[in-house]
Design a protein around this ligand. Structure first.
Ligand code: ATP
Ligand code: MG
Length: 255
């Protein structure tokens, strides 16, 4: 099983959009996939609600490997499973030691690896312990980013955090930033994208996603964007499929 965490401490950049669409795409590729929603807001848990396996995310930090095993054993046969966010996730950031949280999460990921090919982790917009533990327990990471000044500023902080956590997880591969909600008609976006690529030549993905209404509509109705029956959804579909292909190829789970 390969594990990918989607993280950036700034809110609204597209973490949940990317996580859910990679999950939908992987499901269609018949990759056995499990999604861990570590964000108290529970947005991915809503969008992927019908795939809920019954185990809740705070349990991943309590070392409840028996409960986890019971929940996923049968559910994994459906191809896509959700471990949904729950209120007790708040305690991880407020009162758990990072090393303990990371160890417990790693143990649960080891259990999941018997049943799934791919584990996708959605995180909260905070440099908290749940997010850091997820980075410590993952093989790959990506960060969606809007092309606005505050987001670019946020990415600087995120890069420092990744460099720091990488000392403790040397296998972590940063797949890159995913420019998201790009509006090619805005000179500011075009200039910011060029500046981002110049500043981080190896850290920006060659694929990007435009500002597409159909993406917000899809997430709000709990379906992938390719199921939106509007002409405008076609461009979004193409971009999202290209993103999934790029990511899965880099993770060596697609040709
Ligand atoms: N490419 C896009 N085009 C249009 N809308 C988008 C796009 N990507 C995401 N959105 C919308 O922007 C909002 C934020 O996206 P999303 O929830 O994925 O971000 P997030 O990083 O997970 O946010 P949070 O940090 O709050 O969890 C959502 O309403 C989503 O539907
Ligand atoms: Mg989110």
């Amino acid at each position: 099983m390969k594990t990918l965490v989607t993280a950036i401490q700034k809110g609204g950049q597209g973490k949940t959009f990317v996580t859910c669409h990679l999950a939908f795409d992987a499901y269609e590729r018949e990759l056995r996939t499990v999604v861990l929603d570590l964000d108290l807001q529970g947005n991915a848990s809503t969008t992927l609600g019908k795939f809920n396996c019954g185990f809740t995310a705070s349990g991943l930090f309590k070392g409840d490997t028996k409960g986890l095993l019971k929940a996923v054993k049968e559910h994994s046969q459906g191809g896509l499973s959700l471990i949904s966010a729950d209120a007790a996730l708040a305690n991880i950031d407020s009162s758990m030691e990072l090393a303990k949280a990371a160890t417990a999460l790693r143990e649960c990921i080891a259990v999941l690896s018997e049943y799934y090919d791919l584990c996708l982790i959605d995180t909260a917009p905070a440099l908290g312990k749940a997010m850091s533990a997820a980075v410590l327990a993952s093989d790959y990471m990506l960060s969606p980013i809007e092309l606005e000044a505050y987001s670019l500023q946020g990415m600087k902080l995120m890069n420092a955090q990744i460099d720091n956590l990488r000392k403790y997880n040397t296998k972590l591969k940063f797949l890159g930033m995913v420019p998201n909600k790009v509006d090619a008609r805005k000179p500011r976006h075009v200039a910011n994208l060029a500046a981002l690529r110049a500043a981080y030549p190896d850290k920006v993905m060659p694929v990007s996603v435009g500002l597409r209404d159909s993406i917000a509509e899809a997430l709000g109705t709990n379906i992938p964007v390719w199921e939106i029956k509007k002409t405008a959804a076609r461009v979004a579909t193409k971009e999202v499929r290209a993103l999934a292909q790029h990511v899965f190829k880099k993770m060596e789970i697609a040709e």
